[in-house]
Design a protein around this ligand. Sequence first.
Ligand SMILES: [Fe+2]
Ligand SMILES: [Fe+2]
Length: 229
Amino acid sequence: MELGQVMYSYGWSEGLACVIFNKRLIKLNPETHEYRYLVNELIEEFRHQDMFAKAVRKVNVNTYKASRIHRMVGWIQLNLMPVSVMFISVLSVELMTDIYGKMIRRDPKVFEPIRKVSELHHIEEGRHVQYTKMWLKHYLDNSNFLLRTLYSIVVMWGVLFMRTLYVREEIFEKLGVDSPKKYTKAAKENLKKKMGEQCLPDVISFVKSFDGFNFITRPIWKSVLNAKI
Ligand SMILES: [Fe+2]
Ligand SMILES: [Fe+2]
């Protein structure tokens, strides 16, 4: 069930990313490199969503829709944020899923079709991360203190968004455990610890690359994500 929820969450967040890419795409001329790249990325991301949905059907479980708070954050990002912030939030999510995917594909204990899905996804995501970093370079190089602070918070928010997306109390309720609340709490803490160890170093080095840690952001990262900066 958890695996199904992870696959659903990947697909759902990629659906959000596609809206962001489309918003950018309709402002571009088709002869530009960026247009060509974005169309290809959209094709790939839609294929990924199809692949994740197939994986959910393969493991044959019910999934739970993203929580109200996640949907609200998605709405804010889509409707109220400038394009650079939207792309930074996509990048932070892609950085995390890339590391996650790498671990799933290497773990022989994971159901083989899911390992295959992760392998295919990992190959294409590496290219997306590269493109987004190149695209963002202009914004990051020309950002002032306030913008770097905002970007840093957006990345942190992206990490928190992904970290809180999978663990659902409904899953433990359905499994019929004694205290679903306690299991949910333990699973959340475990994920926080594991993600802190495995995924945060790469994300932190990205934030360092644009000088995103300062006296405002450092304490926030430490208290919210337990980050060792
Ligand atoms: Fe993807
Ligand atoms: Fe991607």
